[in-house]
Design a protein. Structure first.
Length: 187
């Protein structure tokens, strides 16, 4: 689906979830250029909910108001940080995402993930035994439960060890995608 220059980009909700944001060089670099995009709302879950008391009605309202939901976080123990798991369990209730409400039906889900290991560690026979596609399957299934379109994840492997130029290239690609997230099928 290519967008016409006269059609505004879809509204993007970027759920940033990092328990130690000051120590994450890669995520800081990824977020910097994104802050300039008017149609992107960066929502820092740890910044808003340091006590884990999530305002479920507010979060559901934000989801309804946006077309593309981006989940940006580090890969923690083959999953996401604890607050994002709590957020998904509370906010993405069955009543909200399926049944009669179907609040997220037709919206888009994209995971943007940083890892602490190289890409080769995420394969059969690698240190982590499974390819990233299998490790991320629970997120894909959650998107399916929400009746959302699953977009290919953006994964920054070995994020801490990336050279500044490499991180800048990832940030540029991320910003370019966010400027038109549904062009070319969102890839």
């Amino acid at each position: 689906m290519l967008l016409s220059p006269n059609i505004p980009p879809p509204k993007v909700l970027l759920l940033y979830t990092h328990p130690e944001p000051l120590s994450s060089v890669a995520n800081k670099v990824l977020l910097r250029p994104v802050q300039e995009l008017e149609h992107v709302m960066v929502h820092d879950l740890y910044g808003n909910y340091p006590d884990f008391f999530i305002d479920v009605p507010l979060e559901q309202k934000l989801l309804r108001e946006h077309d593309v939901i981006v989940f940006q976080h580090p890969l923690y123990t083959y999953s996401c940080p604890a607050l994002l798991k709590e957020w998904m369990d509370r906010v993405l209730s069955r009543d909200f995402v399926s049944g009669t409400k179907q609040a997220l039906r037709g919206k888009y889900w994209r995971s943007v993930i940083t890892t602490g290991e190289p890409e080769g560690a995420y394969r059969r026979g690698g240190d982590n035994r499974y390819p990233m596609e299998e490790i991320l399957r629970p997120f894909e299934l959650t998107a399916s439960m929400c009746q959302m379109h699953w977009l290919s994840p953006m994964i920054i492997y070995w994020a801490r060890r990336q050279q500044p130029e490499e991180l800048a290239n990832h940030a540029d690609a991320y910003q370019a995608w966010l400027q038109a997230p549904l062009s070319l099928g969102g890839l």
